[in-house]
Ligand binder design. Structure first.
Ligand SMILES: [Zn+2]
Length: 355
């Protein structure tokens, strides 16, 4: 088996524990423990080299989204050859792929329930979403005890990302009655779980809610895609190095307000906020959406992360380029309200001037 993980998980002792459990069953384990945050094509290539020389027949992704993305990326190239960009899009792998077991250690991306690997092209800075049903994990092991070792910054960023996945999937054009069930339950679990894990990091029950909520949100993404907060976040991560979850959290309240001008989206936000008891009975859909946006902003503040783009060192002059890139992101097309480069400029300006 190939164990794909990152240095933090190795030093937390989780990689050794998995290895010794497998070796006790006479299973040989090759380890790639050098996964980087927002993994790029070079990271995947290094992982493939380890897998090839060991001749593995199963892959384990142990860690946050980056470890699971690297494991999936490695699986594409190991079984189907070529380079990562050959699999950008959906269903590009022609040959069968190796079975993948996903063990998340953050309540975050929900990558364990998705068939997509997000790999950055190091030359173009583009985040490539490479999806194939064969790349999805056969088994996901959700053990909240593994999430206790997350550094506080990771708990904050991955938790905000999970909440954002629930909110964005609930309103996309691609949403279905089934994906909505997952979005709503994911929102209920994460919006109640995140304040608790922020206040008491050892609260195992709330850690469990976050882990399950993140997995349900990942299941929702698999069916309904994402929206404009993710489109706007990716250029911030690529150019300014803002961590993914923080970038999404900065943009989300502004995207909710923008989308709520579309009555269908306002109603969808309102139903979600109502189910999580954030609203009052007399609230109009627009008022409920505004309460949701305010709650999301308050949640970001509670993590201790900056609530304005000022802290990301965004220069006003960079906005047009970032906005053009955001508008060309794949997820933008699923946003419930049409969102142009000019709209993204306004969204960035709102996030920059936000106190
Ligand atoms: Zn995300």
């Amino acid at each position: 088996m190939l164990l794909v993980t990152d240095p933090g998980i190795v030093s937390a002792g989780h990689a050794d524990r998995v290895t010794s459990l497998l070796e006790a069953q006479s299973i040989k384990v090759a380890r790639f423990g050098e996964v980087e945050e927002n993994p790029g094509t070079r990271c995947v290539e290094k992982c493939v080299a380890v897998a090839r020389s060991a001749g593995v027949d199963t892959i384990i992704g142990l860690g946050g989204g980056s470890s699971m993305d690297t494991a999936k990326g490695c699986n594409f190239i190991l079984t189907n050859g070529g380079q990562m960009k050959d699999y950008w899009g959906i269903g590009k792998a022609k040959c069968p792929m190796l079975p993948l077991i996903a063990i998340p250690t953050t309540g975050g991306t929900g990558s364990e329930c998705q068939s997509f690997a997000l790999i950055t092209d190091e030359e173009t800075h583009q985040k490539m979403a490479c999806g194939d049903s064969k790349a999805a994990a056969r088994i996901a092991i959700l053990d909240p005890a593994l999430t206790l070792s997350q550094p506080p910054r990771v708990t904050a960023c991955s938790g905000i990302d999970a909440v954002a996945h629930a909110v964005e999937t609930a309103v996309t054009k691609a949403r279905t009655p089934l994906s909505l069930v997952f979005s709503r339950e994911a929102f209920r679990l994460t919006i109640t779980g995140l304040p608790r894990v922020l206040a008491s990091p050892d609260d195992l029950e709330a850690r469990g809610w976050m882990l399950l909520g993140a997995a349900w949100a990942g299941t929702a993404i698999e069916n309904s895609m994402l929206g404009a907060a993710h489109s706007a976040a990716n250029p911030l991560t690529a150019h300014l190095g803002t961590p993914h979850g923080h970038a999404v959290g900065l943009m989300l309240p502004h995207v909710v307000r923008f989308n709520a001008k579309e009555p269908v989206a306002a109603r969808a936000y309102s139903e979600m906020a109502h189910a999580a008891h954030l609203t009052q009975r007399t609230d109009s859909p627009e008022q409920a959406a505004e309460r949701l946006a305010a709650t999301l902003r308050e949640l970001l503040a509670r993590t201790g992360l900056p609530v304005s783009l000022k802290a990301s060192n965004l220069n006003q002059l960079q906005i047009p380029q970032l906005a053009a890139e955001a508008a060309s992101q794949w997820t933008a097309q699923f946003n419930p309200r049409k969102v142009t480069a000019t709209d993204f400029e306004e969204l960035y300006a709102a996030a920059l001037n936000h106190a």
